[in-house]
Design a protein around this ligand. Structure first.
Ligand SMILES: Nc1ncnc2c1ncn2[C@@H]1O[C@H](COP(=O)(O)OP(=O)(O)O)[C@@H](O)[C@H]1O
Ligand SMILES: [Mg+2]
Length: 254
């Protein structure tokens, strides 16, 4: 297919990519309706992301990035087109199956961290494992290991309010990876962070990518997007361009 030739070329530049599609969107549209007013937030998105790729979705505020992320993450449904996640037609899945996919296959990271304020770091991190019915002792062990991985082994008992923004986002990254998902979906994860914490979080994504995960990083900042191997630029609900990042072109992968 002509449409895939360019994608295959891009995948060849990201040496971690396997050539197996994880995300396949075909002519995806999303229209929000509130009362008599309709708004077309996505207007025909064709996008394929392969296993092991590190892709940034970039665009200005209001361009449809979060709408796209919500569809990719099965948090919202499309109004037209097709979406296959790991080969499965998402349309055909019921709410229980979607919840299962969200919990087992996808690790989410959000701009606002979305941690529960009353819970300690490790209790926040173990949450996805509770939904996955992992026994308590194993949950604790895995939550502590995930916190160690993000460099927070000395903060396991702290609540979010007792930590900096950067630390809270690292807790959120630990929560995203504790269930060992293949796909990490992050929506403006560095939007509330200073430059040091931004570098920390981007370093963690680079490690997750190196370890074989597919990482989709949504951002409005070009500097952040350049950490990915491939940049998909979105504007007014359409893909404007899709190609290797400057870093990938330069051939240097962190
Ligand atoms: N629930 C909603 N109802 C109506 N319009 C929405 C809704 N969510 C987003 N939009 C509109 O869709 C467009 C894209 O929003 P969004 O996907 O959040 O963009 P981005 O994440 O790129 O800032 C914006 O114009 C926004 O106002
Ligand atoms: Mg957004």
């Amino acid at each position: 297919m002509a449409g895939h030739a360019m994608t295959d070329d891009l995948v060849a530049r990201d040496r971690s990519a396997t050539g197996t599609p994880v995300i396949e969107l075909v002519d995806v549209g999303k229209t929000y309706t509130s009362g008599a007013i309709e708004f077309e937030a996505l207007r025909g998105i064709d996008l394929r992301i392969d296993q092991g790729e590190y892709v940034a979705i970039m665009g200005p505020s209001g361009s449809g990035k979060s709408t796209l992320m919500n569809i990719i993450g099965c948090l919202d449904v499309l109004t037209r087109g097709e979406y296959r996640l790991a080969g499965e037609d998402v349309e055909t899945l019921d709410e229980a199956e979607l919840a299962h996919i969200r919990n087992r296959r996808i690790g989410f990271v959000f701009q606002q961290f979305n941690l529960l304020p009353a819970l300690s770091a490790w209790h926040n991190v173990e949450l996805p494992l509770i939904y996955a019915s992992v026994p308590a002792a194993a949950r604790k062990e895995r939550a502590f290991a995930a916190l160690e991985r993000v460099g927070l082994d000395d903060r396991t008992a702290n609540r979010p309010g007792e930590m900096s923004g950067g630390q809270q986002q690292r807790v959120a990254v630990a929560r995203a990876l504790v269930g060992d998902p293949d796909l990490i979906l992050a929506d403006e994860p560095t939007g509330n962070l200073d430059s040091v914490s931004t570098a920390d979080v981007l370093g963690l994504f680079a490690e997750l990518h190196e370890a074989g995960r597919t990482v989709v990083l949504i951002t409005h900042e070009d500097e952040v997007a350049q950490h990915a191997a491939r940049i998909v630029r979105v504007r007014d609900g359409l893909i404007q361009s899709d190609g290797p990042s400057d870093r990938a072109v330069a051939g240097g992968r962190a």
